[in-house]
Write a protein that binds this ligand. Structure first.
Ligand code: ASP
Length: 352
């Protein structure tokens, strides 16, 4: 039996946090698994289904934080997840944490947790592992049970065999959570690992050195916002209009992530409204809408922060965390700017 009877504070265990997603979804007709609703099954039921395959030595405590379709992920829920993880990692009885999550926005949560809890997990030698599924829990070929088992396996790997940190497990592979993103609407391996990865259980030394390099660049965990700044993503496209920028600025947006074309350029109709926005103190960051590769300083006249290889959704979280950290840091004599914090998260050259 893996569940703990008695006080979990005295028994080393893995904490499994349920947030929802397809892994907890149900199809009205299991023979047609694409018509389903996310976030229907509780975390205890998901664990009960794999009970027989979990080694007896692995003790588990579960907690339902939410049960949503992750397309509805809110910033308040991110704060709750972040605070719960931070507190749990510091509990000596908790050896690692698994989070079951929807794949639609796993990219954002992965990046957020890496930036806010990654150093702590690394320092304590504990693993935090995000996991999801592409098929609902009652589909005949459901992929959730195997993914969840893999996540438990990776979380309970002996610390001497793998560093602590924030990871994601999917379809038999593991990578840093900040590198997992959904890149296909329906394929079983839709969440792709944008970095070196490794089969779960087989630890690849060259992959581990890259994991360590990224972790070293994180410098320190960023504070978890209680109140999130409003940052939106603007995608450049044929026929893009300056009024779109003006409408957001007029409504009070605090930061804009520009998902530009190609190397990160954008439609010329945006140039004047963006310059004005910048003069008003709105934080601007450039990414590329292509889905891969780095953004490069553009030849247009707008000088703004580049997001390196960060996708627009990751850059958005990074900008929110950076703006929040700058606010928190104001009292510090060596006060860092949002650009400094952003550069650390995007692992840009020359970050402070
Ligand atoms: N829409 C689902 C969600 O993000 C998709 C999934 O879990 O794969 O919750």
């Amino acid at each position: 039996m893996n569940s703990i009877h008695g006080n979990p504070e005295n028994i080393p265990h893995i904490l499994v946090l349920g947030v929802g997603g397809t892994i907890a979804g149900l199809a009205s007709d299991p023979a047609n698994p694409t018509a389903y609703q996310s976030g229907q099954v509780g975390i205890e039921t998901l664990l009960a289904k794999i009970q027989e395959s979990i080694p007896d030595a692995v003790k588990i405590v579960s907690q339902q934080l939410a049960n949503i379709d992750s397309r509805d992920l809110s910033e308040d829920l991110l704060t709750l997840i972040g605070n719960t993880v931070k507190e749990s990692l510091q509990n000596p009885a908790v050896k690692g944490v698994v989070i079951t999550h929807g794949t639609d926005t796993i990219e954002e949560t992965g990046f957020f947790l890496h930036a806010t809890c990654g150093r702590l997990a690394e320092k304590l030698g504990k693993r935090l592992v995000l996991v999801g599924a592409m098929l609902p829990a009652n589909a005949p070929q459901a992929d959730g049970p195997a993914n969840l088992l893999d996540a438990l396996k990776w979380t309970s790997t002996a610390p001497e065999n793998c560093p602590g940190g924030v990871f994601a497990v999917f379809a038999g592979k593991v990578c840093l959570a900040r590198d997992l993103a959904k890149r296909h609407s329906s394929a079983l391996n839709a969440p792709l690992m944008d970095s070196p990865n490794s089969p779960v259980g087989l630890i690849n030394p060259s992959w581990l050195s890259r994991v360590k390099a990224i972790q070293a660049a994180s410098v320190e965990d960023l504070p978890i916002p209680e109140v999130w700044p409003w940052v939106d993503i603007l995608t450049s496209h044929a026929g893009a209009r300056g009024q779109t920028v003006e409408a957001l600025v007029g409504a009070g947006v605090q930061g804009l992530v520009l998902a530009g074309t190609g190397l990160g350029g954008f439609h010329k109709t945006w140039l004047e409204p963006l310059k004005k926005a910048q003069m008003q103190g709105i934080a601007l960051v450039r990414t590329s809408r292509t889905g891969a590769g780095a953004t490069v300083a553009s030849k247009d006249e707008l000088s703004c922060e580049l997001a390196g290889v960060l996708s627009a959704p990751r850059a958005r979280i990074a900008l929110q965390l950076a703006l929040n950290a700058e606010k928190d840091h104001k009292a510090n004599p060596k006060s860092l700017t949002w650009q400094d914090f952003f550069a650390r998260m995007a692992v840009l050259p020359g970050f402070r």
